[in-house]
Design a protein. Sequence first.
Length: 294
Amino acid sequence: MRPDDWQLTDDPDELTARAGGFLRSRPALHTVPLTVLDALRSRGLHLYGDEPPLFGVLRDEAGGVRAVFLHTPPFPLHLTPLGPEGADALATRLADAGHPLAGVSGERGATAAFAASWQRRTGAATRLRQRQRLYELSGLSVPQPPPEGRARVAGPADRDLLTRWYDEFKDAVGQHAGRGAGPWADARIAHGGVTLWETPDGTPVAMAGATPETAGQVRVAPVYTPAPLRGRGYAGAVTAEVSRAAVRAGVAHVLLFTDLANPTSNSLYQRIGYRGVADFAVWGFGDGTGAGAG
């Protein structure tokens, strides 16, 4: 396999034309590229940062799509599953072009192969920063007993709260790349993409977000409870409510990622009815500190 077998483009519409069918064929496994492409096409190329994105398609011998990558700086490059030869060809192509990378995210095997090839080609230090699991809802089970209170969709009056909580969430998970909390809050409020759990007196105590539906899939993210309020069932209640709303809306694939280093969240989501689909990983290169994909 040659480096030139990867077809590169900086146009999300061109990538969608070349590989949209491939991505939609497995919407759960391809949730990140589907969601990112939808956001870039609807809200502009510089949604995630000042640097332009880059995309690529690898075709098989019959002309079908074998793999796809997206790079939305300053986030790591995101890879769909592929074998070591394809990963090495891509690492060679990007290294020879002098294309800078903070890291790589995606299916566990693909990212490990790419990180090893990137280190060989560039000499950059590589480090496994996070092990993740992709879960899909298989049957909703609301945690019992639920905490007192109720869920409601966040609105414009909640903007300051969402902004503060999103900054706190990014600090907690070590995600310092990407757009600011204000634009994130505005975008989520515009499509009803954050649900709050509030106590009987109307005090918000937790939030769960959801991406817009695309290709029949929605990803629940982020889920956040301020540290002093944890351990009271708020995260489970608000996650269950967001999941229920997606199911009622007819979404076929309701998904979320967890950090495998956090047994509490993994256990919680399984109790709600989520089942593992695939293991993912995030690698950092050099001093790259990005987490996840754009």
